[in-house]
Design a protein around this ligand. Structure first.
Ligand code: HEM
Length: 442
């Protein structure tokens, strides 16, 4: 594609650093809820199906939170979209128009996914799990398809050299049909692999944060099983009838003997039997009842550190491949990535992946106070995603520079929309905080 002549373009409405910073902030804020539904939902379904008592507590909490998380994620996705359209429109529109059918199918897939999440949220307490599981699976597949389309579109957007081929293949007598696809480039799957790995990390942080901060419910004592056995042992004489049915041979023999006893003696005999029964029940319940069941919080922290490890392994492998194996380093626009200080940025992303291991492991070992643990989770998450989103942005600028060099764009600051945007953004952040508190009470 011939390069765009910046003099033919109208000036951008705010300083470039400001627009890039808010695109990156917007993408980071969009990524957190997006990670939760992309990587988190399949894990929640697994916990719902086979997670045991704590797993189902976790699954039901997340199912109830997902509609709010989806609302947040969609609204936060609009932020970077606005900034992409204000500066990168010469790349964004041609690429999305060539892939229009796929791009617009996101809307239909999203509507199905949204209803699916609501269904799971409403039905999460229903003991009949089949339809909830099916709805959850369908929703997860829709969200995975949307994520694939997003990765395909943003990989294609940064490769103007590939647009011509798709145009030739799909244009109808010169008109763009929008039927183009871009699935053959392996980098888009590695890219999505990196995002799914980061998704596991975000979900791990969220499970820990939810158990630490949002979950207000008291830790339950040992569940009813033991009580049951106790109840069984301590039946009053009125309830001896059922006791008789469960009597061992030895006891039945004793009972026959009792028929000859006076009432007092019989009572004393019964009490002795009950005492024996209780001791036996207590012994068995202690033996049979699983070790004192761990509280939900301890379980959630352990789950979080396991998921954190899985996420770090997936993300570090995928991002390493993306940065050092698949990126076309012969592209002159990316040559700067071999020079300092830029060459340290991908390394910093990979290095920051140590944070979840550190924070989640120390947290699950109860070596951090509640405040430090919560702060560690928030700081690590924003550090990892901030570095990832900045590297992603700089790489995209580099790939586009041969066609669209944004550093040469003129600036024509429009203060009124800029001030309105900043005010609305500040209000939105307050609203988001309110929604998260809402979740705490959900
Ligand atoms: C209407 C709702 C949504 C909007 C407005 C939206 C907007 C965006 C925008 C603007 C970006 C690129 C940000 C940038 O490059 O700076 C993005 C990236 C992404 N979005 Fe969304 N999004 C939405 C819903 C979703 C959904 C439902 C998913 C499903 C999982 C999703 C997955 C992704 C992924 C995976 C990326 C990164 C693609 C890549 O770079 O490889 N988004 N989204």
């Amino acid at each position: 594609m011939p390069p765009v002549d910046p003099s033919t373009l109208s000036g951008i409405p705010a300083p470039l650093w400001f627009i890039q910073a808010f695109r990156i902030i917007g993408f980071v804020l969009h990524s957190i809820p997006m990670h939760l539904w992309l990587a988190g939902l399949p894990i929640v379904l697994l916990l719902y199906m086979i997670g045991g008592r704590n797993g189902s507590i976790c699954a039901k909490r997340l199912f109830k939170q997902f509609p709010i998380i989806m609302a947040l994620g969609i609204n936060l996705g609009v932020v970077p979209l606005l900034f992409i359209q204000s500066v990168w429109y010469k790349a964004f529109y041609p690429s999305t128009i060539l892939l229009a059918v796929h791009w617009l199918s996101i809307l239909f897939l999203l509507i199905i996914a949204y209803y699916g999440l609501y269904y799971c949220s409403f039905q999460s307490e229903n003991p009949k799990k089949r339809w909830t599981i099916l709805a959850g699976l369908g929703t997860s597949l829709c969200l995975l398809a949307i994520a694939l389309i997003f990765s395909s579109v943003y990989t294609f957007m940064a490769l103007p050299s590939a647009w011509g081929t798709v145009y030739e293949k799909t244009s109808l007598s010169g008109a763009v049909s929008g039927m183009g696809t871009y699935w053959r480039d392996p980098i888009l799957y590695v890219r999505l692999g990196g995002i799914i790995g980061l998704g596991f990390i975000t979900f791990a942080f969220w499970v820990a944060f939810d158990a630490l901060v949002l979950n207000q419910t008291e830790e339950e004592e040992e569940p009813a099983e033991v009580e049951q056995s106790e109840k069984k042992g301590s039946g009053s004489s009125a309830s001896s009838a059922p006791l008789a049915s469960k009597m061992s041979k030895k006891e039945k023999k004793k009972l026959r003997k009792m028929q000859d006893l006076t009432e007092e003696e019989e009572l004393a005999e019964l009490e002795a039997m009950e005492r024996e029964e209780n001791e036996a029940a207590a012994k068995t319940s202690k033996k049979s009842a699983p070790k004192k069941r761990r509280g939900y919080q301890a379980w959630a922290f352990t789950l979080a550190s396991c998921l954190g490890w899985i996420g770090v392994l997936i993300a570090s492998a995928a991002l390493w491949y993306q940065y050092y194996q698949f990126l076309p380093m012969d592209d002159p626009g990316l040559a700067f990535l071999n020079q300092s200080p830029w060459k340290y940025l991908p390394m910093a992303v990979l290095g920051s992946l140590a944070l979840p291991i550190l924070v989640l492991t120390l947290g699950s070992w109860r070596m951090l106070s509640k405040k430090i643990f919560a702060a560690g989770i928030i700081l690590s998450e924003f550090t990892i995603l901030g570095l990832f989103a900045s590297t992603r942005q700089i790489i995209q600028n580099g790939q586009l520079s041969g066609y669209l060099d944004i550093n040469t764009f003129g600036i024509a600051v429009e203060w009124s929309p800029l001030i309105v945007f900043l005010v609305v953004f500040a209000v939105a952040i307050c609203l988001i905080w309110k929604m998260i508190r809402q979740m705490a009470n959900a």
